[in-house]
Write a protein that binds this ligand. Structure first.
Ligand code: CMC
Length: 408
């Protein structure tokens, strides 16, 4: 895979061997802070046109998938680059269900966690610990057997992550563990384990849609981190641990929690204007707005906005939706000309809240879904691997003196 310098979303200028000074000379490195103008991987999973606000998975518009698909079907699509037949989908669902359960030793490990542990710390640790109980968790190889092993590890990771999150939450709430129910789909089973009761169809559907919308998103920071790890031929558990840690940051997956904290802080619609305008005047970030790639409305936010309104109405939380809408109006008036629009995290905060999910679990929910995208990208990386190793621009001194300790 070539690393190419691009004009964002417009043209890709690859370095032609004929333009190089010597045939073997590498392209001259250029400094691209934040890698915003660097293409560092091939993918056939998701396509983003940030200028037009388009997101497709394997060519299918995200809105169409949110309206018609299921999370399991989306996982199949991302991993196989085609929609499944009924038999293929049933086979994937059964394979996932067979892997929902986690080892007893992992339940014991959860019991040992402090009840005030940050959920993403708990998740990162548990994803890593799963490798200790998987005899098939060796390092990756790029041959067909190695790719198959990576796929088996992926299946386990996607299937077990909901069990880890829900049962960590039960532990910290002083509740008994709820074992996964292998007759349920991923969204229903997660809410069942989290709450100890079967969710309504509407709640399960709501979560399923959120999982579809968050499943993949090009070479975002956590996906890039996962690909860097797997490109060293490490194992999938290591790559997913890297990805969970990267997603945790407030500039990435952590923003949805920050949005809910902001809504709680504001408290009422009357206080929105002062709060938001004050933040903008102080040049502070409004969480849930802006995106490295989208300079138009994030298409995931378009769908979630409609959905959040519905679920907020159904669950008696319309106040939250109205506050969000007002925040959006003020931010757009001030920042739309700079390409700052709501991103996926803005309305997913209201949606998760209405689904009864605690604020500090929101980023774990993002991880639960994105696990499928991370795994798919790692498999793509293994299928056409090259170590990912950019360069740093050294700004320090040269030929410096090594002073003995006594002289410093
Ligand atoms: N609120 C107010 N101003 C903003 C915001 C915001 N949320 N985001 C960007 N800006 C301003 C920024 O201050 C800068 O202004 P100026 O040109 O005057 O310095 C301009 O817009 C360009 O921003 P940038 O920092 O160059 O954009 P970036 O591509 O480096 O950062 C971002 C993208 C997502 C990190 C940033 O927009 C941000 O911090 N947003 C808030 C956090 C957030 O919601 N993150 C979730 C992203 S979506 C989920 C995901 O894919 O991870």
């Amino acid at each position: 895979m070539s690393v190419a310098q691009i004009q964002p979303q417009v043209t890709i200028t690859t370095v032609s061997p004929t333009t190089m000074s010597t045939p073997a000379a590498p392209a001259a490195p250029f400094y691209d802070k934040g890698l915003a103008n660097t293409v560092a991987a091939d993918t056939q999973m998701s396509f983003i046109d940030g200028g037009k606000g388009v997101l497709e998975y394997v060519g299918i518009d995200i809105d169409t998938l949110a309206r018609n698909s299921t999370y399991e079907e989306t996982v199949y699509l991302l991993w196989n680059r085609k929609l499944p037949t009924k038999a293929e989908l049933d086979a994937l669902k059964s394979a996932l269900q067979a892997e929902y359960e986690i080892p007893d030793a992992i339940y014991d490990m959860i019991k040992s966690f402090p009840k005030d542990a940050v959920p993403m710390h708990a998740l990162r640790t548990l994803v890593s610990a799963l490798a200790l109980h998987d005899k098939d968790a060796e390092s990756s190889e790029t041959n067909p057997a190695g790719i198959e092993r990576a796929k088996r590890q992926s299946l386990r990771l996607v299937a077990k992550t909901p069990t880890l999150i829900a049962n960590f939450d039960r532990h910290r709430s002083g509740k008994a563990f709820v074992r996964p129910d292998k007759s349920m789909d991923i969204a229903t089973n997660f809410l069942w384990m989290l709450n100890g009761e079967k969710p309504t169809d509407a709640m399960a559907k709501g979560l399923d849609i959120c999982l579809i919308l968050h499943a993949d998103h090009g070479l975002n920071a956590s996906t890039f981190a996962a690909r860097v790890t797997i490109a060293t031929l490490s194992d999938m558990y290591s790559a997913m641990t890297t990805a969970v840690g990267t997603l945790k940051g407030p500039l990435h997956g952590g923003a949805n929690e920050e949005v809910m904290i902001m809504l709680d802080e504001i408290g009422s619609i009357e206080k929105v204007d002062d709060y938001v305008k004050g933040k903008l005047e102080r040049k502070e970030l409004i969480m849930g707005f802006g995106h490295r790639v989208y300079k138009a409305y994030d298409p995931r936010a378009t769908y979630l906005k409609t959905f959040a309104k519905q679920i907020a109405t159904d669950t008696g939380n319309l106040r939250l939706f109205e506050m969000s809408q007002r925040i959006e109006g003020i931010v757009l008036a001030a920042k739309a000309d700079k390409g700052i629009f709501p991103n996926v995290d803005f309305y997913s905060a209201t949606t998760y809240h209405c689904l009864g999910i605690k604020t500090d679990l929101f980023t774990c929910m993002f991880a639960l879904s994105r696990m499928s995208g991370w795994c798919g990208h790692c498999i793509e990386q293994l299928m056409d691997n090259r170590l990912i190793r950019p360069q740093a621009k050294y700004n320090g001194p040269h030929a410096a003196t090594y002073a003995p300790m006594a002289q410093r």
